[in-house]
Write a protein that binds this ligand. Structure first.
Ligand code: KIV
Length: 278
């Protein structure tokens, strides 16, 4: 059974750190889930790492839904969160509700929304009051990369940190069950985390958040167009894939793949018939 929102929130009270990873396809999601990751996020980062777009604003609901359905088929234990993509929650409250419902119907347990504008707060209230759990996202919010002037650390002084805390408290009051804090100094995210009832999930925000999230392609060493300073790379899947593909090409060229064991055989008498065919 998948973890509930209450269970995830209790981890904060119990002092248990929450692990979150992104997943976009069935088999990766299955292994992350089996390994015991608490939450799996179908992030709009799939725009870059799975679809090759330049940034997250290019991915839409239709594309996101395909990935949410695939991941949902694999996830048995983790809480599954779907990221609301650009333009899916900025236009109109009922459109936001409709899109969030699409994700829930596709198998997600909750949705994630970036930002804290009055409109976003209204939407979060609308969703949570109607039974759709929402995770917030503050600090660096990738959809606003153009107005933030690039991938910049947020909350770099006391005043800005307090501003983010105020936004986080508004998200908490609106009903968010957790908040992602992206690209913050560790003291800022510690200050904010200590003042919230709900868990914070950090990415590039230091060790004092209540949980940590990474893009799985960064962790696995699969995406090489950009390597964030904060991401720990546990393997080099890109080299493994490259070397495996090279070995396959070589085996095909040399005629050593497929072997007899990897082939299907006709019965002897059928072979004889073919040999006698004129
Ligand atoms: O899209 C994503 O993967 C995210 C995480 C980086 C938090 O929003």
């Amino acid at each position: 059974m998948r973890k509930s929102i209450t269970k995830i929130q209790n981890y904060k009270k119990e002092g248990k750190k929450i692990s979150v990873l992104t997943a976009y396809d069935y088999s990766t999601a299955k292994y992350l889930d089996q390994a015991g990751v608490d939450m799996i996020l179908v992030g709009d980062s799939l725009a870059q790492v799975a679809l090759g777009y330049d940034n997250t604003t290019e991915v839409g609901m239709d594309e996101m839904l395909v990935f949410v359905r695939a991941v949902s088929r694999a996830v048995e234990n983790a809480l599954l969160v779907a990221d609301m993509p650009f333009m899916s929650f900025q236009l109109d409250k009922s459109e936001t509700m409709k899109n969030a419902c699409e994700f829930i119907k596709a198998g997600a347990n909750a949705v994630k929304m970036e930002g804290s504008s009055d409109f976003v707060i209204e939407c979060i209230k609308h969703l949570t009051q109607n039974g759709i759990p929402v995770m917030g996202h503050l600090g660096f919010t990738p959809m606003s990369v153009n107005s933030l002037g690039g991938h910049k650390i947020q909350g770099k002084d006391a005043d800005r940190t307090i501003d983010i805390l105020k936004d986080a408290l508004r998200l908490q009051s609106a009903g968010c069950f957790a908040i992602v804090l992206e690209l913050l100094p560790l003291q800022s995210s510690q200050f904010i985390s200590q003042r919230l009832r709900i868990p914070t999930i950090g990415i590039g925000a230091g060790k004092f958040c209540d949980g940590q999230v990474l893009v799985s392609d960064d962790l696995l060493g699969k995406y090489d167009r950009f390597k964030p300073k904060f991401a720990r790379q546990y393997s080099s899947l890109k080299d493994i894939i490259f070397n495996v593909a090279k070995a396959f090409c070589q085996d095909v060229e040399e005629g050593v793949f497929p072997s007899t064991k990897e082939s299907f055989m006709l019965e002897l008498e059928e072979i004889e018939k073919l040999e006698n065919y004129r």
